[in-house]
Design a protein. Structure first.
Length: 208
């Protein structure tokens, strides 16, 4: 698994972001080519804390021999067993949709790696239960695509509103976020990781 240290000097041109960079330190992206596996995990993690998601994911993969939820195995497993692992019926259905799509179409990295970000979003959101945000997270944290800007992510919205003193909601907020993030191109993925870490650090400070 290869890791790349991405350049951050470009992001330092944004003085507010530069202070966060100095506080957080170095950020790395790691590329993981198993799209099927990581798409399953992204669905399991939806609307859950990291701790809860890790627990349920661990229970889910224990349902399979060698902890391998291969598409054919997943399609055959009883949904009640998946419920027993902590998954809702809806999520269980979404996971099976991914397995079926993998067999009917493809989730092989070698056949998809040349698609652009938007092409991958259009392709993968054909799977029922997989939305734009889920694919954006996959692009950022599995494929290490460097210039993703998930304007629909509540954490990024909260961080940007706080850091840049923005009092907007909905579509106007998303438009402002896109405009503001233009200066971060082509490293918006890294900028967002800094914003997430800064927001989480702020939250921890408030708890103390």
């Amino acid at each position: 698994m290869k890791s790349n240290i991405l350049p951050i000097e470009h992001l330092r041109r944004d003085k507010k972001l530069a202070r966060i960079i100095d506080h957080v330190g170095e950020v790395k992206l790691r590329k993981r080519s198993d799209l099927y596996f990581h798409l399953l995990r992204a669905i399991v993690a939806q609307q859950l804390s990291s701790k809860a998601a890790d627990t349920i994911w661990g229970r889910f993969i224990e349902l399979f021999e060698d902890k391998d939820p291969a598409p054919k195995r997943l399609l055959l497993i009883d949904s009640e067993k998946m419920r027993g692992a902590g998954l809702s019926y809806q999520k269980a259905g979404y996971l099976k949709n991914i397995a079926q799509f993998s067999l009917d179409e493809t989730l092989e990295y070698s056949r998809l790696k040349n698609k652009s970000d938007e092409e991958l979003i259009e392709y993968l959101t054909r799977i029922k239960g997989v939305g734009r945000w889920t694919v954006e997270m996959l692009l950022m944290f599995s494929l290490a695509r460097p210039d993703i800007m998930p304007v629909g992510d509540l954490g990024i919205q909260t961080a940007i509103k706080s850091l840049y003193k923005i009092d907007l909601e909905g579509k106007p907020l998303k438009e402002k976020m896109l405009k503001l993030s233009e200066k971060w191109r082509p490293h918006r993925t890294v900028a967002c990781i800094y914003l997430w870490r800064w927001k989480d650090a702020q939250k921890q400070t408030l708890k103390k």
